[in-house]
Write a protein that binds this ligand. Structure first.
Ligand SMILES: Cc1cc2nc3c(=O)[nH]c(=O)nc-3n(C[C@H](O)[C@H](O)[C@H](O)COP(=O)(O)OP(=O)(O)OC[C@H]3O[C@@H](n4cnc5c(N)ncnc54)[C@H](O)[C@@H]3O)c2cc1C
Ligand code: FES
Length: 358
């Protein structure tokens, strides 16, 4: 073989290896954004008075526990919805109506078979590690959806490890996909334990899931090495408190369904500068105020998706200063190290300059 052919061949192989090892990461070292898709609704099922599930005509490669951003039309905001079935099964999303909520009211009252949906994703890091010994899942209301996906996936693997699911609702009648959870429990041959909780006393354990109720529910449980929770924030705070005491050292993974509360935005004001298409634009932000909210107030549009620190659509690269991003967001330690931040949940304590991530 001639030396030129040898050298060129070597360069091509190295380039291919770099491409494969990077996977879906862009040259800047962060995840590339998935392209938008259009799905068509194929079924709509009323699950409870306030909840519907719908299936779509498409397929998507995702991990159990992940979500997509969707909107039925351009007048409605993008919102995040988790798959409620395992990867590989017909795609299904399950939406609970939030009082006064724009997207959820439309999806639970107006959506019909044949309707198109604009969709982006999948996103999210709310996934179960493959090496747990015994897992605890704590779901509240619509927070069951990512767990349903994970439980169906465990069923597909033949229930390799035991799981305890604490599933809390206002009432038995409002419990989303209760029969499906029961069927999974039966199928699991004792591997899935379910502790049913209802605030109105219609289940074996009466809620709400306070630290006392949760401690009592788990009093005979030992040895969880993976704990995850999804539901109202006060419930998730209680799970963290109980888990920290009862199972020290075990990491608690949280999925927030509703927006992170704004910090007190009454502190001193700082100046932010964003570089858009090479042009700097400056705007003020108060300490505690989310950078995205401050940009909007100033009439500067920045990309956003879930607005809860879960999808990464609002990622920016900090050029000068610092944007503080909560630890429980989807930003990886690698990305933090490389100077990336999320403006939807990010706040500052001083002046800062940044640019949207490519
Ligand atoms: C990663 C992720 C996955 C999600 N998966 C699902 C899912 O599978 N099924 C599902 O039903 N929802 C899910 N959600 C919640 C969903 O994205 C929307 O936030 C919810 O449907 C409300 O949107 P909306 O436009 O109807 O309400 P908005 O018009 O945004 O809000 C109306 C009012 O309701 C409050 N609010 C907003 N969201 C919630 C909430 N979740 N609970 C209580 N109050 C709220 C707001 O503070 C506001 O006061 C998920 C959220 C995230 C971040
Ligand atoms: S908009 Fe989803 S992480 Fe910021």
């Amino acid at each position: 073989m001639s030396p030129i052919v040898f050298v060129v061949g070597g360069v091509v192989i190295v380039a291919l290896l770099v491409y494969v090892l990077r996977g879906n990461k862009s040259a800047a070292g962060h995840k590339a954004q998935p392209a938008a898709m259009t799905w068509k609704v194929t079924t709509v099922t009323q699950e409870t008075p306030s909840t519907v599930s719908f299936e779509v005509d498409s397929t998507l490669d995702f991990k159990a526990g992940q979500f997509v951003l969707l909107r039925p039309n351009a007048e409605l905001p993008w919102r995040a919805y988790s798959f409620s079935r395992a990867p590989g099964a017909p795609l299904r999303l399950t939406v609970k109506r939030v009082e006064g909520g724009k997207a959820s009211t439309y999806l639970t009252t107006k959506l019909k078979v044949g309707d198109p949906l604009e969709v982006k994703g999948p996103y999210g890091v709310f996934v179960v590690p493959s090496n747990f010994t015994r897992a605890l899942f704590v779901a509240g209301g619509s927070g069951i959806t990512p767990f349903l996906s994970q439980l169906h996936a465990q069923a597909g693997f033949g229930w390799p490890r035991p799981i305890t699911l604490v599933y809390a609702n206002r009432s038995k009648a409002e419990t989303i996909l209760r029969a499906e959870v029961e069927a999974l429990q039966k199928d699991s041959n004792g591997k899935l334990e379910v502790i049913w909780v209802a605030d109105d006393g219609s289940e074996s354990l009466k809620g709400p899931l306070t630290t006392e109720v949760l401690t009592a529910a788990l009093s005979s449980s030992t040895g969880f090495d993976f704990i995850s929770t999804c539901g109202p924030q006060p419930m998730m705070d209680n799970v963290r408190e109980v888990a920290t005491k009862a199972f020290p050292g075990v990491h608690v993974l949280e999925e927030k369904f509703s927006a992170a509360p704004e910090g007190s935005a009454t502190g001193p004001s700082h100046e932010l500068q964003v570089i858009v298409d090479g042009n700097p634009k400056s705007f003020p932000v108060k300490e505690g105020e989310h950078v995205l909210a401050a940009a909007r107030t100033a009439g500067i549009g920045l990309s956003a998706g879930c607005e809860m620190g879960a999808c990464g659509v609002c990622r920016v690269r900090v050029l000068d200063g610092k944007i503080d991003v909560p630890q429980d967001s989807c930003l990886s330690d690698d990305e933090r190290g490389q100077g990336y931040a999320l403006v939807c949940v990010g706040t500052v304590k001083g002046n800062c300059k940044f640019e949207p991530a490519p």
